[in-house]
Design a protein around this ligand. Structure first.
Ligand code: SAH
Ligand code: SF4
Ligand code: F3S
Length: 498
């Protein structure tokens, strides 16, 4: 799963504009306040957690809870947590101490504040949080959100902590309409599966989110259809491993390639992205959907984790360096111009200098447009924690990570420089951070573009933008026309015929 921001699963998502836009969290108005309690949801971790918080808002909204604008206003503070690395957990503990001291202060004034832990830390930390630290009123795992209203009532009635961390083999929340409370109105996440069966040696996710299960096709199509009707122009389809999506749909098996194809039939103006795709099941069918469907963006987040086959075997990734490089070459042959981002881990158990050098050489080979890079952090209960020793000294991990980050910076810059002088179709997401006079949006290949306001363009419009400068993270240009995806596709097809 693609993290919210580079090197940073620790930032609450509302301050991660690269994914969420710059809008402030909004108050739920339609169903606000019928039970007199308000809730604030603070979300850490990956996009999956962002999508889950939207489900929680929907579940509690239906029960009459209002969404508070800030934590300080809220009667109920829910922290949707991440356990992927140790630092992520440390940060949540810090937040808990802060919220807990507010609870104590407000209790003296007769106000009853409830604090809940949701998400990936719930299962593992429930006993610690409840018994030893006595910090929270509620601990609710990722498959138990339907139970939240009951648990909130129970903990208020009894004054005891309420817990449900049961993982499920079936729950996909397929029937719930997420409340997109912190939205730019243009881009949205749509969760299509939950859990993970892969058991990569370093990863805690299969323990925190349980077994893999796919959401029925009809409920996905209907949610995307509603987003189209509401004016959304881009969906990112989410799962830990989206390309192992598989359901039986009226007697026919629908896989991820087929699902994307069907989503792409819903609107000629809806861009489609997805995250995350595991290299082991990135099929040629999927690549052909990229090639054939103009709205399926030519960008894949394809985490490699490491560039050495022995390390990949120790990580239990089930592919080799050679398989991965062949896949990248095949993708580039089938979908010319396709862009890649990746995740890389430095300092995994037993990593030698020579093995690390293979990560560097793989990066040179692929030349990723973007990378999320991490120092290995041992997680309890994982295969690596049980079988290997976390033996790369912290200093060495940091130095290898720094080398990876520096190289990626060069590659990111080269990838933006390669677009200077060209014309890009940009979906406008809002105004730029620096100035209201400038707009901001993304290209098909997921590069951020900033350009001066023109042609009455607004969030949700497409613009053809001439690119004339760049940094490693941003393209700078000027709009040459307002456009539509359909017009651009027809235009390109006409050029090809000519
Ligand atoms: N399902 C996604 C990954 C989800 S976690 C996939 O398989 O690609 C996001 C990223 O966090 C991973 O790709 C990995 O690079 C990183 N990560 C996971 N566990 C980690 C650990 N123990 N230490 C450091 N980085 C880790
Ligand atoms: Fe973790 Fe591997 Fe599953 Fe990704 S595929 S969530 S890295 S176990
Ligand atoms: Fe995501 Fe963190 Fe859980 S990366 S799946 S929120 S452990």
């Amino acid at each position: 799963m693609q993290p919210i921001a580079d090197l940073d699963v620790l930032t609450p998502v509302s301050s991660a504009p690269d994914v969420r836009g710059e809008d402030q969290p909004r108050v739920l108005d339609a169903r606000a306040g019928t039970n007199g309690r308000s809730v604030f949801i603070e979300t850490y971790g990956c996009q999956m957690n962002v999508a889950d918080s939207e489900l929680v808002a929907s579940i509690l909204g239906a029960e009459g809870y209002a969404l508070a604008e800030t934590e300080a206003d809220a009667d109920v503070v829910l922290i949707n947590t991440c356990a992927i690395r140790e630092k992520a957990e440390d940060r949540v503990r810090g937040r808990l101490t802060h919220v807990r001291s507010r609870k104590e202060r407000e209790a003296k004034a007769g106000r009853d504040i409830q604090i809940g832990i949701l998400g990936c830390m719930a299962e593992r930390l429930r006993s610690k949080l409840l018994e030893q630290e006595r910090l929270v009123d509620l601990v609710v795992g990722p498959d138990a959100y339907r139970d939240l209203p009951r648990l909130l009532a129970e903990s208020r009635d009894t004054g005891q902590a309420a817990v449900n961390v049961q993982l499920s083999r079936e729950e996909t929340y397929a029937d719930l309409a997420p409340v997109r409370y912190d939205t730019n109105g243009v881009t949205a996440f749509v969760s299509i599966m939950r859990g993970c069966d892969n058991m990569c040696a370093f990863c805690v996710v299969p323990f925190t989110r349980g077994r893999e299960r796919s959401r029925p096709v009809t409920s996905i199509l209907s949610e995307v259809g509603q987003l189209v009707d509401a004016g959304y122009k881009e969906v990112t389809v989410l799962g830990q491993n989206v390309n192992s999506y598989r359901v039986d749909h009226g007697g026919t098996a629908v896989d991820f390639a087929e699902l994307l194809y069907r989503i792409s039939l819903l609107s000629p103006e809806l861009r489609i992205r997805y995250s995350t795709s595991h290299p082991k099941d990135c099929s040629d069918d999927l690549l052909h959907v990229h090639a054939e469907r103009p709205t399926v963006c030519d960008f894949i987040h394809l985490p490699v984790q490491h560039g050495n086959s022995d390390v990949l075997r120790r990580m239990r990734r089930t592919y080799t360096r050679e398989h991965y490089l062949e896949l990248v070459d095949r993708a580039r042959a089938i979908v010319p111009g396709i862009a890649f981002s990746t995740d890389l881990i430095a300092g995994f158990c037993g990593e030698t200098d020579a093995e690390h050098a293979d990560t560097i050489s793989l990066m040179e080979h692929v030349r990723y447009d973007h990378a999320f890079t991490f120092a290995y952090s041992e997680r309890p209960d994982t295969y690596a924690a049980r079988k290997y020793s976390d033996d790369v000294p912290e200093k060495v991990k940091k130095a290898r990570l720094a080398e990876i980050v520096a190289l990626q910076r060069q590659h990111s810059l080269a990838s933006t420089q390669a677009l200077v002088g060209g014309l890009e179709v940009v979906l406008v997401e809002g105004t730029s951070k620096r100035s209201d006079e400038q707009l901001r949006g993304r290209t098909d290949t997921n590069h951020m573009v900033v350009f001066d306001r023109a042609f009455d363009l607004e969030a949700g419009d497409y613009a053809a933008v001439q690119i004339h400068d760049c940094t490693s993270a941003t393209l700078l240009g000027s709009a040459v026309r307002a456009t539509t995806l359909e017009a651009e596709t027809v235009g390109l097809a006409a050029l090809e015929v000519a």
